[in-house]
Design a protein around this ligand. Structure first.
Ligand code: SF4
Length: 324
């Protein structure tokens, strides 16, 4: 029977899952991804986490609990930095410790450091450490790493060619009726159907094409973010601001939705920067939503519908003005 590694369907799973799954598969290790988020799974996370944690971290604890008794190892990388001279939110760094100190009877945790902050650091170092849990053959690890990197590159290119993550690809209508809406938020919020309350599906069902930061090449997002007088430290929030700035300046994007998570410090900052961009120099409609464990679906649906009505109305007015 092969060894089984559990990967929580949470946090940076939404960026790296093609790479993680490919890497383990190439090492001959089976992976088990936690189930999709449900109310029960979120409740388990809420009960086991401190109140101060943000919603995505509480949810990630629920996903760990879902896997705990079904796997030989838990894969909870300690992610410090994903780009040179940048950090990621400290909650990623402390997540393996938080899990260890709040949940009993855990299987062994693979929590190697992923840290690209310093010059000369490479993601290969991280994968080498992880690979050593399962093989002593360095060549096998290198081959698995190369294949996993190719899988991630392909996934990123697919996303940039207007795809959505696999879980959303079949949802809603791909026919946009000419309305393009940019959704700016953490991938682990906007792509999680439960906590985003099916936002992507609802938008697509209403005939809107959905664009996210992942539809843009890294170079575009960074260039836009560099318009800020001071560089943002947090990589993901820098991506969010860069993508928002880009979409605000695009003629074919008709509205922007900023999705923040309750309890997220960086989001309060990026939300403000995005709103300033909306107020100064752009007349695009913008909707700000904050999701938390108590957010009511009805309220969110009403706000989305009202927002889409306004976007369509503005568009019709612009079309009418163009024909005068
Ligand atoms: S960036 Fe915000 S939402 Fe993400 S883990 Fe940190 S505090 Fe939580």
């Amino acid at each position: 029977m092969s060894i089984k590694v559990g990967i929580p369907r949470a946090l940076l799973y939404y960026y790296y899952h093609p790479q993680w799954v490919t890497f383990f598969r190439r090492l001959g290790v089976e992976t088990l991804i936690s189930q999709k988020t449900t109310r029960g799974l979120l409740d388990k996370g809420l009960k086991s986490t401190v109140d101060e944690a943000c919603l995505p971290v509480k949810l990630a604890v629920g996903h760990v609990l879902d896997l705990r008794d079904r796997v030989d190892y838990l894969f909870l990388p300690r992610i410090v930095s994903t780009a040179r001279k940048e950090y990621i939110c400290p909650k990623f760094l402390g997540f393996p410790d938080m899990v260890r100190h709040t949940i009993n009877n855990l299987p062994p945790i693979i929590d190697c450091n992923f840290n690209l902050y310093h010059k000369g650091s490479s993601s290969a170092d991280f994968y080498f450490q992880v690979g050593k849990f399962f093989t002593r053959n360095p060549a096998k690890i290198i081959m698995a790493y190369n294949a996993s990197k190719a899988a991630l590159d392909k996934h990123n290119l697919d996303m940039q060619s207007d795809c959505l993550p696999q879980e959303h690809a079949a949802e809603g209508s791909a026919d946009s009726n000419g309305i393009n809406i940019a959704v700016i938020g953490h991938p682990y919020v906007i792509y999680d159907n439960y906590i985003s309350m099916n936002m992507i599906k609802r938008l697509r069902d209403s005939g809107a094409r959905v664009l996210t930061a992942d539809h843009l090449p890294e170079s575009v997002v960074r260039e836009e973010a560099y318009r800020l007088p001071k560089k943002l430290f947090w990589t993901i929030n820098q991506r969010m601001v860069g993508a928002a700035y880009h979409y605000f300046s695009r003629e074919d994007v008709h509205g922007i939705i900023h999705v923040a998570s309750f309890g997220c410090g960086p989001d309060s900052f990026t939300g403000e920067l995005t709103e300033r961009c909306a107020r100064n120099g752009s007349n695009k409609p913008m909707l700000s939503l904050t999701v938390d464990e108590h957010t009511g679906e009805a309220g969110m649906v009403t706000r989305l519908e009202a927002f889409l009505d306004m976007v369509r109305w503005r568009r019709n007015m612009a079309d009418a003005a163009a024909t005068l």
